[in-house]
Design a protein. Structure first.
Length: 146
């Protein structure tokens, strides 16, 4: 489950996810390496990987109209990759505070999909805590929900 928080005008996405790195970054960990051959081999079955355990939307405006109204929104990306050897099925179990929600999709072995998310600052009092969630389910038996 991914949780979105706002404190003092700063948003973050917090999740109990492993792995980090950005889309197409050389720091992204690849599929597991076999000890005997030293050659990258995909994990058996579907194996979900996500690009970040935190996404920071920065400081957002509280204005509902006027010159700074567009500053209430922040676009973010989350990459979902399949490090397994079978098709990964992913579904949006539900989200709050994140636009848009997603229909079910699949990721072929070795492929990835970028989710384009948008935060909207709905809470205008400084210091208030704003939270929301993005819950993805998958057919990865080791991580059925993120």
């Amino acid at each position: 489950m991914t949780t979105l928080l706002k404190r003092w005008g700063v948003f973050a996405v917090l999740a109990a996810l492993t792995g980090c790195g950005a889309d197409d970054s050389p720091s992204e960990p690849g599929p597991s390496t076999t000890q005997d051959s030293g050659v990258d081999a995909p994990a058996p079955g579907p194996k979900i990987w996500v690009s970040a355990d935190a996404l920071d939307a920065g400081v957002l405006s509280c204005e509902l109209s006027g010159a700074n109204a567009d500053a209430r929104y922040q676009a973010l990306k989350l990459v979902v990759r399949n490090d397994g050897d079978a098709t990964l099925a992913v579904d949006d179990e539900g989200s709050t505070g994140v636009v848009p929600s997603y229909n079910a999709f699949t990721v072929e072995p070795g492929a990835k999909r970028t989710l384009h998310l948008e935060f909207l600052n709905l809470c205008c009092a400084d210091g208030d805590l704003m939270s929301g969630t993005l819950v993805l389910s998958s057919n990865d038996p080791s991580r059925p929900k993120l």
